[in-house]
Design a protein around this ligand. Structure first.
Ligand code: SAM
Ligand code: SF4
Length: 324
């Protein structure tokens, strides 16, 4: 069992398989970075899998593949199948912008993927294009339909932004109620890579919008999930991911691995240790040692908290590198 320096049980690994992306979301990567990490610096799937095995053998039972846009990386389905074959009952999930799902959803399901989170910030073509930097909506909607059709467990992620898509919170909710898929509203997390003119919506502002149309009941956090769940009068449940709330980090159960092999203990902070040399050398005990050290130094909490508002530094972490 993996336990961090604050006694939290860590069983969840998020792997960013690429920092590259086919969207330019304003809150994540509004401009193409000056340079991408050279391809030769990326860990191969064989090297990533060597670490995945270490993590699973130490107690990780939930893995999410993310990015950048993970579906841009070739042979992703083979990587998924390798993990699934190694531990068939692992909770194996992927987060995507959905653009490439029309042609990949079935292959991902056949490879052993169980759950899919798809980002959908607007149901209006022009607003979706403004957020993503290109005309994406029709293809993303097709991708969502395709994913639902395959029987994958689909969830939708929306990041509400003031004066951009704040009036679509209830539309996205209706879209998800109609399809009986869960939506999670994510508070915008300020970071130095995002468009500096953006203003995110606080969780309570998101809830106020929903209360204009619904009666809602707070259910609480679902285990170590970052999502605080609510139920509507019609029984439908949605989630709110609210990293600005002070209790958000209390049960944090996750660590992140980047495509270059950096093991990151917290989404907010810059600290990271590389497992690249260890896995390239096939040195499993060294990789395990690094994992243990990263967990020992995992911060107690992020600094997006409201208590930090007065003198808050903006996080320098790029979401497209750490995978959100
Ligand atoms: N490209 C995929 C996608 O967009 O779903 C996966 C990577 S993306 C970094 C993962 C999640 O992080 C997405 O749901 C995205 O909306 C969210 N995200 C990115 N930047 C964010 C920010 N600054 N604040 C809150 N959520 C953010
Ligand atoms: Fe790409 Fe996802 Fe970041 Fe948007 S949020 S730029 S889709 S990685």
């Amino acid at each position: 069992m993996l336990v961090d320096g604050h006694g939290r049980h860590v069983n969840y690994l998020r792997i960013s398989v690429t920092e590259r992306c086919n969207f330019r979301c304003q809150y994540c990567m509004p401009e193409k970075p000056f340079s991408w990490v050279p391809k030769e610096n990326l860990l191969t799937f064989e090297e990533l899998f060597m670490f995945v095995k270490v993590a699973i053998d130490e107690g990780v039972n939930k893995i999410r593949i993310t990015g950048g846009e993970p579906l841009l990386r070739e042979n992703l389905d083979t990587f998924i199948k390798t993990i699934s074959d190694y531990r068939p009952n692992i909770d194996l999930a992927l987060t995507t912008n959905g653009y490439l799902l029309p042609q990949t959803a079935k292959r991902l399901k056949d490879a052993g993927l169980k759950r899919l989170n798809i980002s959908l910030d607007s149901l209006k073509s022009d607003v979706a294009a403004k957020i993503a930097g290109k005309d994406v909506l029709a293809q993303v909607l097709e991708g969502i339909n395709e994913a639902i059709k395959t029987g994958l467990n689909v969830k939708i992620n929306m990041v509400p932004l003031k004066n951009i898509n704040e009036n679509e919170i209830n539309d996205i909710l209706d879209f998800c109620i109609k399809r009986q898929i869960k939506v999670r509203f994510i508070e915008y997390m300020e970071n130095t890579h995002a468009d500096s003119s953006l203003s995110g919506m606080h969780g309570r502002e998101i809830l106020t919008k929903i209360k204009e149309k619904h009666i809602i009941k707070a259910l609480g956090r679902e285990g170590a999930s970052p999502s605080f769940n609510y139920r509507l009068e019609n029984g439908y449940e949605f989630g709110l991911i609210d990293p600005h709330k002070h209790d958000f980090c209390e049960n944090c159960n996750r660590i992140r691995l980047t495509a270059e092999g950096f093991l990151i203990p917290c989404l907010y902070f810059d600290e990271a240790l590389s497992i690249a040399d260890a896995v390239k050398a096939g040195n499993i005990s060294k990789a395990t040692e690094i994992l243990t050290e990263v967990l020992r130094n995992k911060p107690k909490e992020n600094r997006w908290s409201e208590d930090e508002l007065a003198d808050r530094e903006i996080s320098k972490r790029a979401f497209y590198q750490t995978g959100g």
